[in-house]
Unconditional design. Structure first.
Length: 201
């Protein structure tokens, strides 16, 4: 199989220009292309001389997580803007889990706190069906440090390519404001509910 490049039904975004989004989508498309290329090259190397190409194949397999996670994380990211911004639902299952874990701080403020970590990477919030909770972590490289097996609920891209068409690095906070101004919380709430249902099944 080959991975398709998804198209996202994005509204006009507040504080994120069309050019910024185009640049970022082009980067996403690169991850799709290279994920498919790695699979293709592994298959070709195996078919021609599996033993002789063992080192090459192993190195390509090591690179797979970088390309694949680049696809999937950007799909999580752009899908969060589809449908336009909505307020979070105070009666959602997510709101109840957030109240238990982050108490009065709330999820957005907690994500903003984690986003203040120095360095580039992602803030990733996960549903944890086994623990019946959620986790918010800072992931530097998207192929390293992700929480094993936990469905991603919210992905905030803090790599500079995500905002430097519109903002300079010192304005990262303005980009984070724009991210939340455009966030469709119902997408996040549905991801959380779906993850929790999967665990109950
Ligand atoms: Fe990105």
């Amino acid at each position: 199989m080959t991975y398709p490049t998804k198209t996202f039904n994005l509204p006009v975004l507040e504080g994120l220009s069309e050019k910024q989004i185009q640049v970022h989508l082009a980067l996403y498309e690169g991850y799709v292309k290279h994920t498919n290329l790695i699979v293709e090259k592994i298959n070709a190397l195996k078919a021609s001389d599996a033993d002789g190409n063992a080192y090459l194949i192993a190195e390509l397999r090591r690179r797979f997580g970088f390309e694949f996670d680049g696809i999937r994380m950007h799909e999580y990211y752009f899908e969060q803007f589809e449908g336009g911004a909505t307020a979070s639902d105070i009666n959602s299952a997510l709101a109840a889990a957030v109240a238990q874990k982050y108490e009065n701080q709330g999820l957005e403020a907690h994500i903003r706190e984690v986003a203040g970590s120095r360095g580039i990477g992602w803030v990733v919030a996960y549903a944890d069906p086994r623990g019946n909770t959620l986790h918010t972590v800072f992931v530097n490289d998207h192929e390293l440090g992700q929480l094993a097996g936990l469905p991603v609920m919210l992905a905030l891209d803090l790599w500079e390519h995500a905002f430097m068409v519109d903002y300079v690095p010192a304005e990262k906070k303005n980009y984070i404001d724009a991210f939340f101004a455009n966030l469709n919380w119902s997408v996040v709430e549905k991801r959380f509910e779906d993850a929790m249902k999967m665990s109950a099944a």
